[in-house]
Write a protein that binds this ligand. Structure first.
Ligand code: NAD
Length: 265
């Protein structure tokens, strides 16, 4: 038996990076997994590529194209997963974006873009997950992706930090409000994880003169990480599978830091 055998899990932002790693690790441990993302084509490919891995572990893979900021799409996705796999047990609200800008130049457009996906998208994902879980008779787990930026401010990413602090608040508030339905809400806060997101962050940092070359920001962060290096997506998945598994059933309202000791430095 895998650690999440028989559990129906859904992961947003699963087309690449941390979300993809979370989804694939859940499949390895026997879950039925829906890969969900704005990039519907890529998640469809990933679900197909992972079919054999899923079968070997006793689970199934499917995909859904979704914009996490659109309630009707998120609701339809929950229904689709429940229709295909029978229910929804664990929902990872992981889709997120970052678009660095100098503090004084932050526009309303930049603010809304980031807050809509990272904060409102998390709220909608939590609500629609909970609605589905309650309709099934209650019980379930919601896991949100926070960040070290949920804990302190960083240069040139004010809206991102604000959005990730919001994720922590939503996790705590959701844990309280949904407890009566036997739904737990937890989160995890990665430090610096080498994903394609950093290519976009580097591009923006260079554009505003805050970095000279790709990889510079990550390298500067690495020197302050007790574990001596930035994370790979697989460094995150032991914890995310734990948060989806029965082993974490007594936890709710907590954010687990997975930052290599970065925030202790
Ligand atoms: P990524 O950019 O590699 O992947 C994000 C995925 O989210 C992409 O596949 C993208 O298509 C999807 N997405 C974006 N907007 C969406 C929308 N509206 N609806 C549905 N899907 C959408 O990012 P990542 O590095 O894998 O980060 C994943 C999560 O982890 C994010 O919430 C991010 O803020 C958080 N995080 C990342 C790091 C890091 O260093 N990479 C650190 C801390 C927290």
């Amino acid at each position: 038996m895998g650690r999440v055998s028989g559990r129906v899990c859904l992961v947003t932002g699963a087309a690449r990076g941390i979300g993809r790693a979370i989804a694939e690790a859940l499949l390895e441990e026997g879950a039925d997994v829906c890969f969900a993302d704005l990039n519907g084509e890529r998640v469809a490919e990933l679900a197909a590529e992972n079919a054999a891995r899923a079968e070997a572990a006793g689970g199934r893979a499917m995909s859904a194209q979704v914009d996490v900021t659109k309630r009707d799409q998120v609701r339809a996705m929950m229904e689709q997963v429940a229709e295909q796999f029978g229910r929804v047990d664990v929902v990872f609200n992981n889709a997120g974006v970052n678009r660095p800008m100098n503090f004084l130049d932050v526009t309303e457009e930049n603010w809304h873009f980031i807050m809509d996906i990272n904060a409102l998208g998390t709220l909608i994902g939590m609500q629609e997950a909970a609605r589905q879980m309650i309709a099934q008779g209650g019980g379930g787990k919601i896991v949100n992706t926070a960040s070290i930026a949920s804990r302190q401010g960083f240069d040139n990413v004010a809206p991102y930090c604000a959005s990730k602090w919001a994720v922590v608040s939503l996790t705590q508030s959701g844990a309280r409000d949904l407890a009566k339905h036997d739904i737990t809400v937890t989160g995890f806060a990665p430090g610096v994880v080498a994903t394609e997101m950093w290519e976009e962050v580097d591009r923006d940092l260079m554009e505003i003169g805050a970095a000279k070359m790709p990889g510079q920001a990550m390298e500067e962060f690495a020197s302050g990480i007790l574990r001596g290096r930035v994370a790979r997506p697989v460094d995150i998945t032991g914890t995310t599978t734990f948060l989806a598994s029965p082993d974490s059933d007594y936890m709710t309202g907590q954010i687990v830091m997975i930052d290599g000791g970065m925030t202790l430095v």
